[in-house]
Design a protein around this ligand. Structure first.
Ligand code: AMP
Length: 430
């Protein structure tokens, strides 16, 4: 016996329906357009990777690897994981494809779903989408500045509102260990006020106490020493050079000395795009330089820098869906079954010539058909009833003005003639 209950989506996994999906496509199209001006080409990546890839790249001690990955054994017992992020995959592909040798200075961008078993809430899902970009082979400040200008231009292009770019330097393998010890000492001196997670972090990865979300920890951390005061000379010079270039292009950003990327291979430039309009989920995206990652994944010592933006959150601050101007729609209304063939012919020809056409089902009253056309946002309706079939011409109704046009459209006009005539009628209607 079949189960009469309907099946619903898995918790934290959601559908993206029109018009939201239209807004998403606009975000993706804009990414393709803007990023390509900076030399980035798209890479399409698999969704499933070997679990090792993330354990090695994201780090065993992170929340993601410790508790948020969707991991499973394949039928042959290979441990696999639904990717929680894409940087590791891009690096894997960069090495596996031989790009690392052929074109070490590769610039790649991606878009697609990521999976993390977090507690779902507004702006936080278990399947969410990212648009991201990664650049390899450059460790000079110009590469950082270019990437940040590209990010800023992209956000402006999609009309992101109330977002701000925050910048920091997290030092490098030389100066960060010194800072880490300073931070550990500070944390040990304030142990009683810190949460159990932070106790653990102090042992394993003290930098992570800087982005703890617990109120008490945040109060304490506000007084902690910051990396900016511990930068070695080359890291300081790198940061100054990036800031000079950003200043030259009048990029707005704020320095946030508490901004960290928790992983060892992140170095120097770190940044986030944040907003105050989404409550707790205030990060729209983030990124930074990761000069040790390619080597950590078994490749040559190639530097890298990149970012990832969350599409759900980006859509919330852009409202692209509403802003999009809908294409003009022509409705073709067959009043009775006899008109089907002619209606179908008109609709197909118009669609062939770039019009968006709503072809209604026959057999309803003119009033009902007109209501349907209105609902679909049509400006003009081509009405096909008995009289029209006999005359070989469809009546043209201006839906905004609620009146018929004096001129009718020849049903068997050629495609180009039809398109020309409709374009003129549309112009007059708008
Ligand atoms: P991350 O890879 O953690 O730096 O995340 C980059 C961006 O992806 C974040 O700033 C968010 O916009 C987005 N993001 C991360 N996790 C989630 C999630 N669980 N649900 C929705 N968006 C997310």
């Amino acid at each position: 016996m079949s189960d009469p209950r309907t099946i619903v989506a898995v918790k934290g996994f959601r559908d993206v329906l029109p018009p939201e999906s239209e807004g998403w496509r606009a975000l993706e199209d804009a990414a393709a357009a803007v990023f390509s001006r900076y030399g980035f080409a798209e890479i399409r990546l698999p969704i499933v990777e070997r679990t090792d890839l993330f354990a090695r790249s994201i780090g065993e001690t992170t929340d993601i690897v410790e508790k948020e990955m969707y991991s499973f054994l394949d039928r042959d017992e290979t441990p696999l994981t639904l990717r929680p992020e894409a940087t590791a995959s891009v690096v894997r592909a960069y090495l596996e494809s031989g790009l690392a040798q052929r074109e070490p200075a590769a610039r790649l961008y991606y878009r697609g779903p990521m999976f993390r078993r977090e507690r779902p809430q507004r702006g936080r899902y278990r399947q969410f989408w990212q648009i991201g970009a990664e650049e390899f082979g450059r460790d000079d400040p110009l590469a950082d500045a270019e990437l940040l200008v590209m990010l800023e231009r992209y956000l402006a292009d999609v009309g992101a509102r109330a977002v701000r770019l925050e910048l920091n330097s997290v030092g490098d393998a030389r100066c960060r260990p010194v800072y880490r010890e300073r931070l550990r000492e500070f944390g040990r001196a304030h142990l009683e006020g810190l949460c159990p997670d932070c106790h653990r972090r102090l042992d394993r990865n003290p930098l992570r106490i800087l982005d703890c979300k617990v109120e008490e920890c945040r109060d304490i951390v506000a007084r902690a020493p910051v990396m900016l005061d511990s930068l070695c000379e080359p890291c300081r010079a790198h940061l100054d050079a990036v800031r000079t270039l950003l200043g030259q292009e009048a990029i707005e950003y704020v320095m946030n000395p508490r901004l960290v990327r928790g992983l060892d291979y992140y170095c120097r430039t770190a940044f986030e795009v944040v907003t105050d309009t989404l409550g707790a989920q205030n990060a729209i995206g983030g990124g930074g330089r990761y000069d040790g990652l390619v080597a950590a994944l078994g490749g040559p010592d190639v530097p890298g820098i990149g970012f990832a933006l969350g599409v759900e959150r980006l859509a919330m601050v852009t409202g692209t869906a509403e802003a999009r101007t809908a294409p003009p729609v022509v409705a073709v209304l067959p009043l009775e079954s006899r008109a089907i063939a002619s209606a179908f012919q008109l609709a197909t020809r118009l669609r062939d010539h770039g019009f968006t056409v709503a072809l209604e089902a026959p057999g309803r009253s003119l009033k009902a058909l007109l209501r349907g056309a209105d609902r679909r946002g049509a400006r003009l309706a081509l009405i096909l009833g008995d009289a029209e079939l006999q005359a070989g011409r469809a009546t043209v109704r201006d839906l905004a003005r609620h009146e018929d046009r004096p001129q009718a459209v020849a049903i068997d006009a050629s495609g180009p003639d039809l398109a020309r005539e409709l374009a003129q009628l549309m112009d007059a209607a708008s």
